[in-house]
Design a protein around this ligand. Structure first.
Ligand code: KIV
Length: 277
């Protein structure tokens, strides 16, 4: 059966029939192809690329042009998965032409299907303005890496009743503002389960337990390509870094000792032609 492009309506159907939604990040063409071919529903081109691909210490320095550049590579590689472009820090905070123009770049220039932005109740009016401009929005609450300093670091959010109530309120306000999906990062599983039950829109968890409508992981964490640190909520399905390093060491040795390239990697010339040189 030929696979069709995933739509918001199909994702919504999954929630209704209690089928889980899958999401993985990707930042380049070959990874997008692999994720797409694996049948993953949605690809997030998140600004986590700042840390796992560009080597920054946080997601904050990522520029709008960097995001667009990587989104374009992903949309060239993935033809079926639903693609979410992560808005970079401060690019969406003032509603107005500039914010809408920035969002529009993800759709018009990079070919993404929607945008994601971080923040709760305080961002609901921005979500509403973007949705009214015709751009679907995925929100992001809980641990929001762009404002981790304000949250006193990369910590679990919503652990006490007051902050849990604020997160429930944020989720409802974002739903009312028109978001079709909310990523919930690093919150207690019981709180994520409650929010998922109370919302009609989709919830995607990362460090938020198994009762969300779906799950997301950062590709480099999932396949063992990010060695700086591994959050507790990550499951590493394969550890590629040592295998890639081993291949590189072997290549270096073979070039140095002359066993690569072997005859099968070389192009022969007709000896008669060679004589004429
Ligand atoms: O930007 C991102 O990649 C994210 C994931 C950590 C979910 O928000």
């Amino acid at each position: 059966m030929t696979r069709k492009k995933v739509t918001i309506a199909e994702l919504q159907k999954k929630k209704q029939s209690s089928e889980k939604i899958t999401m993985v990040t990707a930042y380049d063409y070959p990874t997008a192809r692999l994720v797409d071919e694996a049948g993953i529903d949605t690809i997030l081109v998140g600004d986590s690329l700042g840390m796992v691909v560009l080597g920054y210490d946080s997601t904050v320095p990522v520029t709008m042009d960097e995001m667009i550049h990587h989104c374009k590579a992903v949309t060239r590689g993935a033809k079926h998965s639903f693609i979410i472009g992560g808005m970079r820090f401060i690019s969406y905070h003032r509603i107005g032409e500039k914010a809408i123009e920035n969002d529009g770049r993800f759709i018009k220039e990079a070919g993404c299907d929607c945008v994601k932005l971080e923040g709760g109740t305080e961002m609901a009016h921005v979500v509403n303005a973007i949705v009214n401009a015709g751009i679907p929005v995925c929100a992001h609450i809980g641990l929001t890496p762009q404002t981790a300093t304000k949250l006193s670091g990369f910590k679990v959010q919503g652990k006490d009743a007051e902050s849990a109530k604020a997160l429930i309120q944020s989720a409802k306000d974002l739903e009312d503002a028109g978001a079709f999906m909310i990523v919930m990062e690093c919150i207690p599983d019981s709180l994520a389960a409650r929010i998922t039950k109370e919302l009609t829109i989709l919830t995607i968890g990362i460090g938020a337990g198994k009762d969300c409508d779906g799950q997301v992981l950062v590709y480099h964490d999932l396949v063992g390509l990010f060695e700086r640190f591994t959050p507790k909520f990550v499951k590493q399905y394969i550890n590629l870094s040592p295998q890639i390093k081993e291949a590189l060491i072997q290549y270096k040795e073979e070039v140095e000792n002359g066993t690569f390239p072997a005859p099968e990697h070389c192009f022969a010339m007709n000896p008669e032609e060679a004589k004429k040189i």
